[in-house]
Design a protein around this ligand. Structure first.
Ligand code: SAM
Length: 194
């Protein structure tokens, strides 16, 4: 079956394009779905194995009614691909405003930063890590340390993988990040005077 025929299997064309692109990405070993244009692949002949995978994803979305991000295994947030699974909240578009506000405020404050003191970023209830990691991505130089805290061990595994993948590529910021299981600030190895 060709890609254009496989699109017809989906109730929603947008979802069909996202899921088929996802399978094509796996085939092409690329994470660059943003640049991968399905219209270039409409005549592409899908193997049985790829069709089975497309059908599996379609079933999860249309029949099991899993959210699209959980079916894909990621959500885009602040220009990055954050891995998600059922243990974390799917990063919300509205939360990007929170990150933007924090980054803008930090950039305005930078000159006033106390260089003699440690600057520490703490993301409480980090989930996928999307907030803390995105702030570190933009302002990592200004922080000596970043704590991603969550009460859920499973969520922290996701945050840790996201932090490693997203920040390591940027050279160094990930070394400053620590994922900690913590009820609010309980396990934070700091006092307010640090
Ligand atoms: C609504 S999610 C937000 C996740 C992430 N900050 C985001 O914007 O996508 C809340 C997160 O807080 C965590 N959480 C709930 N109670 C907590 C507590 N007492 N201490 C630390 N984390 C907590 C949950 O496990 C969950 O991952």
């Amino acid at each position: 079956m060709r890609v254009k025929d496989a699109l017809g299997l989906f109730e929603d064309n947008y979802v069909g394009r996202k899921l088929i692109l996802h399978v094509l990405e796996l085939l092409l070993h690329t994470e660059k779905s943003i640049g991968l244009d399905i219209f270039l692949y409409l005549e592409y002949d899908l193997s049985d194995a790829l069709l089975d995978e497309i059908e599996r994803l379609r079933y999860e979305y249309e029949v099991l009614m899993k959210p699209l991000a959980y079916v894909l295994g990621y959500e885009l947030f602040c220009g990055e691909r954050f891995e998600v699974d059922e243990n974390v909240l799917i990063p919300r578009a509205e939360t990007e405003y929170v990150v933007k506000y924090a980054v803008d405020s930090l950039q305005r404050m930078i000159d006033g930063f106390h260089q003699e003191r440690k600057n520490i970023l703490i993301d409480v209830g980090t989930g996928s890590g999307c907030v803390g990691i995105s702030i570190m991505k933009e302002c990592g130089d200004y922080f000596d340390r970043c704590y991603l805290l969550d009460i859920s061990k499973e969520a922290l595994k996701v945050a840790e993988r996201n932090s490693t993948r997203i920040l390591e590529e940027m050279g160094g910021s990930n070394e400053k990040v620590e994922c900690l299981e913590s009820d609010l600030l309980e396990s934070l190895p700091l006092t307010i005077n640090d």
